[in-house]
Design a protein around this ligand. Structure first.
Ligand code: HMG
Ligand code: MG
Length: 332
């Protein structure tokens, strides 16, 4: 029996569309965790760097949609000086609009950035349950971002961490410029470890290593984790916070996971930056991260389609396309 001649009228097989490819194949790689906790920073790190300040109702909807998409740690605001970051000056108006979320999504945490005692007072008055302080590994960025040097910033944080802990509010710490600094260039690893350990000694429960300007590469990540381990700080106390300026964020994340880190910061749609850090661009996009983690068979609890739809909607509100490749591929 001969097979029928192909005819020119037979329809060509359809090109696979992005929606047909809406999930990556799951192919695990050895030595990686079964699950990762994503610390979503879009409403804070993402929106602090936008030219436009979004209406508070849009921010509240953004956060509600992130929670509905399965994110369980969402950094929602900053209680910094309103003139320093006007985009987030409405934190007091935002919090009442988030009041129903914790009951709706058990386990949801909504941390905020707090630089000093004035910020802590504001956060506690709004019923905040988790805070983060943010230090710099370099003098140059400390002065630009906090109006004081590294040692003075640590002095400023000490009563914040103490009082928050006494109030039952856990404190995360960031160490920025952990992989490079736009004014100082390379940052000695000892300097990063020394500031990081000082923050942990103050009583922080978690330390997030910030590649504020996105210059780091995977070997640097492994070296920094090893240097912390030498000082007795294991990866279970560390998180990684990569900006994607040079396209290294996912590679750096994989290196961190291989080094035992289980908490990864990311920003929905890849928004982000720091108004006080020259050349800081968007954070690692949460969607790009989730695509990789799900492909590796790592659980995140995140519904990728719902998340990408949220970022596409927010891009419309901001009036520009999402910088995340996964968002563009999934929703384009
Ligand atoms: P300062 O001017 O030195 O403040 O700013 P001060 O202590 O001298 O106080 C001056 C006035 O500000 C006082 O008022 C204070 O009450 C008031 P006055 O008595 O003159 O009327 N004030 C405040 N008001 C409201 N809320 C407050 C507050 N603090 C003081 N919290 C300060 C010092 C730290 C406040 C300022 O430098 C600041 O707000 N910096 C924040 C910068 C920032 O938010 N940067 C972005 C976040 S960091 C980041 O993005 C990096 C990260 O993502 C990780 C990474 O990527 O690496 C986390
Ligand atoms: Mg950042």
């Amino acid at each position: 029996m001969t097979s029928p001649e192909p005819t020119t009228t037979q329809p060509e097989p359809a090109e696979p569309t992005v929606t047909q490819l809406g999930l990556p194949d799951r192919v695990p790689l050895g030595g990686l965790p079964a699950s990762v906790r994503i610390h979503e920073v879009g409403p804070r790190d993402g929106l602090q760097n936008e030219k436009a300040t979004l209406p508070v109702a849009v921010k509240a909807e953004f956060i509600a949609r992130l929670a509905a998409a399965g994110l369980r740690t969402i950094e929602v605001a900053s209680f910094v000086h309103p003139k320093w970051v006007p985009q987030l000056a409405d934190a007091e108006e935002l919090f009442p609009q988030l009041a129903e979320l914790p009951a709706k999504y058990p386990g949801l945490r909504l941390p905020v950035l707090v630089p000093n005692e004035r910020g802590l007072d504001r956060a506690l008055a709004n019923g905040v349950g988790d805070i983060a302080v943010f230090a710099s590994a370099t003098e140059s960025f400390a002065r630009r971002n906090l109006n004081r040097g590294v040692a003075e910033s640590l002095e400023m944080f000490a009563p914040v961490v103490r009082r928050a802990t006494e109030a039952g509010v856990p404190v995360r710490s960031y160490v920025s410029m952990a992989f490079g600094d736009p004014w100082e260039g390379s940052v000695p690893i000892d300097q990063v470890v020394s500031v990081g350990c000082a923050l942990l000694e103050l009583g922080s429960t978690e330390l997030s290593l910030g590649d504020t300007i996105g210059t780091g590469t995977p070997g640097q990540v492994a070296a920094l984790l090893a240097a912390f381990a030498d000082r007795g700080v294991g990866p279970e106390r560390l998180a990684v916070h990569f900006h994607d300026t040079y396209g290294q964020a996912l590679a750096n994340t994989l290196a961190a996971l291989q080094g035992g880190v289980r908490t990864v910061d990311a920003s929905a749609g890849g928004l982000g930056g720091c108004p006080y850090a020259k050349s800081a661009t968007g954070n690692l996009a949460t969607e790009d991260l989730v695509w990789m983690l799900h492909g590796l068979g790592i659980e995140t609890g995140v519904d990728l389609d719902a998340l990408a739809a949220t970022s596409a909607w927010l891009a419309g509100e901001l009036g520009r396309p999402s910088p995340s490749r996964a968002v563009r591929a999934l929703t384009g």
